[in-house]
Design a protein around this ligand. Structure first.
Ligand code: TYD
Ligand code: MG
Length: 455
């Protein structure tokens, strides 16, 4: 019997499986495996006779290494996330939920890059040219020299790029692209993978930068942007909460710059506006000295950002108490609760715990531990912390505190925004010129010295 040529790929992460299964082995998502026809094989060949490949000793590369040229868009929030502007011949993936503003961001960026001298082509596979023009008008960039194409056939796009020779091509979106040598439907894992591979290799060979837009998908039939993450140099995700105007552009992979860098924007009636001082924005709606509210001095990439943690602790009506987290890791919350319970003797059993980071920010730093602990205790005791105080520091499982990195930058940002005190682990190195009054955690909520003194 002929062997089946079908395989199954996960539409969320691209992981290949020989057999169908309910759950992906790669990422653990359920119901994401879809049938895939294999890619058409190239001409039968052995490695013998191939002439293109050759080996180059690493040392020979010495001498002609130059830093890749970069172009700034002038949108600082974008340039910083890219690692200092757009690198020539690089491939960038911009992922995000449908409707979050990716097309808006990229059309605005395309116009800025074009204004700064790049030849830019924007290819939309989703919208008709009249729609894109209307959007351009709304954004006030209709006069910019960006070339516009509405095309989904990969072959036509490559021909266009070959003829036009742009410095930057934006492909919106990769899920709408369609390669005629792959038999599955547009948006399937093999189509998305093939199209992304063709486009990025073509762009690198021709020396043009390419930006691929990828929708984060919920249903299994359409491949998500994770499928192409490994093919590109830079992966940016555009995030935001529904109902909030803030949008955060986050670098999760960058061969040319720092990851975890964020750019903050606000969606307005005339497109995205950059927010140069995100701390002020994230703290804008803060009420003074509320129980459960704590300001955390964090670092996002290379920049200090202040954010407010809000906690609510209430008696649980159910036998199993609830833990709900928005903007922080739920596993980390469980750890902090366990430390408070077993090391400090402060039980949370029978209490529902809700934790939220205001403004739709997602905090990933362990330095937020202490801020979370402070918010939980303040909520539990119904006692507000002083409103002009920031909190940061890491908590270990033993209940000791560890100083966070970049203490000085955090304190400076807090000072700039009018805070006068900070609660930090006692060994924190603050640097000269720190005028903030430093307090230790145990000063505040009557902690025992042994448990929360610096380790
Ligand atoms: P869009 O860029 O089309 O999202 P994506 O490409 O990620 O799917 O943005 C869609 C939303 O943004 C839409 O709900 C309308 C809103 N929007 C504004 O609020 N202001 C604007 O100037 C524009 C162009 C869009
Ligand atoms: Mg779009």
């Amino acid at each position: 019997m002929a062997k089946s040529l079908l395989t199954y790929s996960c539409s969320a992460c691209g992981h290949a499986h020989k057999k169908w299964a309910g759950q992906c082995d790669g990422c653990g998502e359920w119901n994401t495996l879809v049938e895939e026809a294999p890619m058409s094989a190239g001409p039968a060949s052995s490695s013998l006779g191939a002439t293109r490949g050759r080996k180059v000793p690493l040392m020979d590369l010495d001498g002609d290494i130059e830093l890749p040229p970069r172009t700034l868009s002038g949108v600082q929030e974008l340039d910083r996330v890219l690692g200092g502007g757009l690198v020539a011949s690089s491939a960038v993936l911009v992922g995000g939920d449908p409707g979050i503003g990716k097309s808006t961001l990229l059309l605005q960026a395309a116009a800025r890059f074009a204004r700064n001298g790049l030849k830019v082509i924007y290819i939309s596979g989703e919208e008709a040219s009249a729609q894109v023009r209307m959007r351009a008008q709304r954004l006030g960039v209709e006069k910019s020299p960006v070339r516009l194409g509405t095309e989904t056939s990969l072959r036509d796009i490559l021909t266009t790029l070959e003829n036009e020779k742009p410095d930057l091509a934006v492909i919106d979106s990769i899920q709408t692209m369609w390669a005629d040598n792959v038999s599955s439907a547009p948006g399937s894992v093999s189509q998305v993978r093939a199209a992304a591979h063709e486009l990025t290799t073509f762009a690198k060979r021709k020396g043009m930068a390419i930006v691929l837009v990828g929708h984060v998908t919920k249903e299994g039939q359409i491949a998500g942007p994770r499928v192409v993450e490994h093919m590109v140099d830079t992966v940016l995700y555009f995030e935001g909460e529904r109902g909030h105007q803030f949008r955060i552009l986050r670098a999760v992979k960058n061969r040319f710059g720092a990851t975890d860098e964020i750019g903050v924007f606000e969606m307005t009636g005339k497109g995205l506006r950059e927010i140069k001082n995100p701390s002020a924005l994230f703290l804008a709606d803060r009420d003074k000295a509320q129980p459960g509210s704590v300001v955390f001095a964090g670092i996002e990439g290379t920049r200090p950002v202040l954010a407010e943690f809000q906690a609510l602790v209430s008696p649980s009506p159910h036998s199993q108490s609830k833990r709900t987290v928005v903007g922080w890791d739920s596993g980390r919350l469980a750890m902090i609760l366990a430390v408070l319970e077993s090391r400090c003797g402060i039980p949370f059993a029978g209490l529902d715990v809700y934790l939220n980071v205001a403004g739709g920010l997602k905090v990933t730093e362990p330095a937020a531990d202490l801020a979370v602990a402070a918010a939980l205790l303040s909520a539990r005791e119904d006692t507000a912390l002083p409103a002009d105080t920031v909190v940061f520091g890491e908590i270990s499982l033993s209940g000791t505190l560890r100083p966070a990195g970049q203490t000085e930058n955090r304190l400076k940002e807090a000072e700039k925004l009018g805070f006068s005190g900070a609660i930090v682990p006692s060994r924190s190195k603050t640097g000269a010129g720190c005028t903030l009054e430093l307090k230790q955690f145990d000063d505040l909520i009557g902690f025992t010295e042994q448990t929360f003194s610096a380790g």
